[in-house]
Design a protein around this ligand. Sequence first.
Ligand SMILES: *Cc1c(COP(=O)(O)O)cnc(C)c1O
Length: 357
Amino acid sequence: MRDAEPLVMEVLRSGHLTQGPMVERLEAAMAGIAGTEHAVAVNSGTAALSLSLEALALRPGDEVITSPFTFAATLNAVIASGATVRFADIRPGDFNIDPALVEGQVNERTRVLLPVSLYGQMADLVAIEKLAAVHGLAVVEDSAQAIGATLDGRPAGSFGVGCFSLYATKNVTAGEGGVVTTDDGEVADRVRLFRNQGMRSRYDYSCVGGNYRLSDIHAAVGLSQIRRLEEFSARRNDNAARLSQGLAGIPGLITPETLAGRRHVWHQYTVRLTDGAPCTRDELAAALAAEGIATGIYYPRLVFDYDCYRGHPQVVASDVPVAARITSEILSLPVHPGLTDPEVDRIVSAARKALRA
Ligand SMILES: *Cc1c(COP(=O)(O)O)cnc(C)c1O
């Protein structure tokens, strides 16, 4: 965070604290990363998703298909848009929505496909893009965890309307923040309007909007981090490779894979403990915690498997057996760029001890 100081000081000295030149610099940098013509900064990843859907002018009864294995923000943004949400099951290989199963959920009310690129690896956006073209649908990418990831050389956020988060735990952070990326000038224009009370110029309201502006102080922090994205991603990749090498060959323990054509940016390094494993997921988590190693479960339940979503009129809960099983198998080990090789090795030996391997 120290390298944010000069840029933050620049903002404080300029006196331009919000929606100013530093926000524009952040947007230019994000357009570069996503390889899109436009990038619009907003104040959270959730706002990026909401405003993207808003820009597509969904109406009640319209449907959005997304992953059941995601953070609530994805689902909340669809519900806020007024549309109805349906789920297609995931593939165990990349934890992302299975395009073949997405097709089975498409009907005459479907308007948007909303894949989530979980843990830093892109969903099969090539197949999803094709499906969208065949059925005349829009694509919105939840790329909150996938900044810098690519598929066949094409960056996350460049397939549909890209939605990034700059929240504190993400690979690149501004503390809070989000970005919408797109090649569609009209979508970018609408998101810009919604971001600032629908105003094209002061008190000239052209649509119903809100306040989703990002401050220049946050943008300065975000920009200082974006400059280090390659360094962070490379370090995460090295840590993941070292973990996988150290954890290879343990029965029932499945280490994460990188599918063909992908650049994985390792937002999370997530193993699965399946039936043949020497201990359960919860036992492994407890053993690591006892050695001072923090792990995470992303996510412990299907996103719609809560009272507030079950029975919600805009939520169509479907049968998603793969995602349902995987919620009880997954454990994310530390992979962040601050880890040294000896620290990674300590995680490996603590895990091997718990797994009696
Ligand atoms: C973090 C995250 C979001 C929301 O981003 P915020 O900036 O916290 O609003 C949306 N989707 C996924 C998959 C995320 O991980």
